[in-house]
Ligand binder design. Sequence first.
Ligand code: PLP
Length: 424
Amino acid sequence: MTVRIDSATRNQLQEWEKELETQYQRICQHELNLDLTRGKPSAEQLHLSDRLDGILNGDYRSPDGIDTRNYGGLDGLPCSRALGADILQVPTEEVMAGGNSSLTLMYHAVLTGYLFGFAGTKPWREMAAPKFLCPVPGYDRHFTICEQLGIGMVNVPMTATGPDMDTVEKLVREDQEIIGMWCVPKFSNPTGVTYNQDTVTRLAQLGQVANPGFRIFWDNAYAIHDLDQHVNLPSIRSATIENDTTDSVIQFASTSKVTHAGAGIAFVSASSANLDSLKKQMQAMTIGPDKVNQLRHSRLFPEFTLLKEHMQQHAEILKPKFECVLKHLENAFGDSDLGSWEKPHGGYFISFDTRPGCATEVVRLAAEAGVKLTPAGATFPYGKDPENRNIRIAPSFPPLEELDTAMSVLVLCIKLASVREQLQ
Ligand code: PLP
């Protein structure tokens, strides 16, 4: 049944509600226990990297002759930095290979700007109201970092080609206390959008007008997580070189969704001035990263082509799951006015925008029917979705049959919540 809300009469809406309510009650009796919240790899994906265990086989020397069992080397192993350079498509000298989490590196980078300032610029904590631009919907953990440090957040809408750049440029020009911006430039979390050339160029130009301490946090978490054809993300590094703003961007990536999640290697890439600032802060808290684990990864992927083949195996597992979600959305809403979504070609999420005011109710209805969804608002700073519309769908973890059932429930809940909202 296709529900077009805007052109429906009140009588039609009441009939639809009755029909949907009957279907919903029937589903509730099944006592499902399904989960669409977990943006993490499935066990099948994790198995792809199980060779990591034991791969060193007693040989702890890196290709450069470093005994990885011992202390030292804040920058990480040269072979690991080269792996990060391949992933981020930047020169190895501009990469540090760190511990198990890029989020940790991002936290340290924000802390560096906040406490000490990057590259000789004023520490953000000395400003009256330092704030970050936050493309929304976005990654909740980015927002948590700002919230914890008392850094303000300003929402910027995401479009199909990246953040709304007219808004970004206006805000940066008008407010010199905007000192940072979060970006997930490829297969964005959660919309799945990849920034286009115009967006990347305009972002690189911000450094010409922003506060000198302004930094873009380029979280390229899904740099190599293509599902089918390769999607090209224009190089932010080249764009900053062309615009003489190389200090304005700090890039991040990790192997968390490549090998074992939370047990891989994280990378940061930036100008030497930025890396020096970051290292000054980090060297007080660590002697260096886990080089043994770094070496394991280099043994698993001695060549970048092997890493790319490995990612194709991930894609083969993930693709049917993305197709399942998109098929449900298209069948249910392709010809309706109940919501909109992007069709990602990679990454870990699909995000659905309901009609205004419906997301919380959809999440509640789904929970009562046994399908757990990420709380409405979680993809916005302070957990507040001003229009109460966004729902993040994470298809990677559940088996395909469970995902299929969960999506049937979700679709029904969206219809029911939308019709009820209109009847109010
Ligand atoms: N950045 C984004 C956009 C993510 O979606 C995630 C995990 O979901 C992370 C970073 C976390 O990465 P890591 O495991 O390297 O800390």
